[in-house]
Write a protein of this length. Structure first.
Length: 133
């Protein structure tokens, strides 16, 4: 729940555990995004990204970029969403994080489908599936 995550974020701030704080911010952002609170989600993603860059926690940076891409997609900003998805995918590939790669490619496929770029959507979906296997 949001309240539990807020308590965890506060606790991690108190003990200066930036990695755990950033990861909890990602989870908090995901909840906000799923509830339709896009502005709150965006703030949490950006805060997580800022912390993660400071401590070079690439998984959190990539997850934040993917989340910002999701928000951009929700706002109809396709070019911006593509930019963030591509940055996230590059980082997930750099750290060899297959779940992140696959989920980012799936989201890229959804975006391409919405833009009627069906061959590109299929390519993204097939790459996501191949990685997930």
């Amino acid at each position: 729940s949001k309240a539990a995550l807020d308590k965890a974020i506060w606790a991690y701030q108190q003990i200066k555990d930036k990695e755990s704080e950033a990861k909890c911010l990602i989870y908090r952002a995901e909840i906000e995004r799923l509830l339709g609170n896009l502005d709150s989600a965006l703030l949490a993603y950006k805060k997580a990204q800022e912390i993660a860059k400071e401590i070079t926690e690439y998984w959190v940076v990539a997850a934040a970029l993917r989340g910002i891409g999701d928000i951009s997609f929700s706002y109809g900003k396709s070019d911006e969403a593509k930019k963030y998805y591509n940055q996230a995918l590059s980082l997930f590939e750099k750290i060899n994080e297959s779940i992140g790669q696959s989920s980012t490619l799936r989201k890229m496929g959804e975006l391409e489908n919405k833009l009627d770029n069906y061959s590109k959507a299929r390519e993204c979906s097939e790459r996501a599936l191949a990685i997930a296997k």
